[in-house]
Design a protein. Structure first.
Length: 181
């Protein structure tokens, strides 16, 4: 869902396909936060990804599996837990030209000014920023009481209507008060 666009230092625009999380096990596997609508098509053995930061890549997939609903990836040259830990926070990039018709990311400039509402339609505020973070991205919502940070994840941001320039958020109780930046 969060699918933020990231700059590519080499060529045209790149989009984040996934962000590497913590190591899993002892053989170099890592958890990933998926940011692509086509993980089955992206995460195939032998696929190579440019990375952000660039010095950590390119990374080539040597293993892919799903464990308890979480994608676990393994990369060539990263065969133990320490090597996997060194990849934490790395973004796996996909070139825009590889699949121009696929929506692979959200750019901050595309979301700025979107109205933010609750599932019942109650107004919350407007999007004032998109903060890219290692663990999860955050939407900054300008509310009458000040800015609030909302994790940009499917459970909390179930709907984005580009035509209406509206985002529905479904925050747990207290998030709008705790999420103040």
């Amino acid at each position: 869902m969060s699918n933020p666009q990231s700059p590519n230092t080499n060529t045209g625009a790149s989009y984040v396909a996934a962000r590497i999380g913590k190591p899993h096990g002892l053989r170099g596997e890592v958890t990933v936060q998926v940011h692509t609508d086509d993980p089955e098509g992206r995460f195939v053995l032998g696929a190579s990804f440019a990375t952000e930061p660039a010095e950590r890549g390119p990374l080539t997939l040597r293993g892919v599996r799903i464990h308890q609903g979480i994608y676990l990836l393994a990369f060539e040259g990263h065969t133990d837990r320490n090597a996997a830990e060194a990849l934490r926070g790395t973004r796996l990039l996909v070139e825009e030209t590889e699949e121009p018709d696929q929506d692979e990311g959200w750019r901050e400039e595309d979301l700025l000014g979107f109205a933010v509402v609750l599932p019942d339609g109650s107004a919350v505020g407007t999007i004032s920023a998109l903060h890219l973070r290692d663990v999860q991205d955050l939407l900054e919502v300008q509310t009458p009481g000040g800015p609030v940070l909302v994790p940009f994840v499917d459970d909390l941001v179930p709907e984005i209507d580009e035509d209406a320039r509206r985002i529905v958020i479904d925050p747990p109780p207290g998030l709008l008060e705790l999420g103040r930046s």
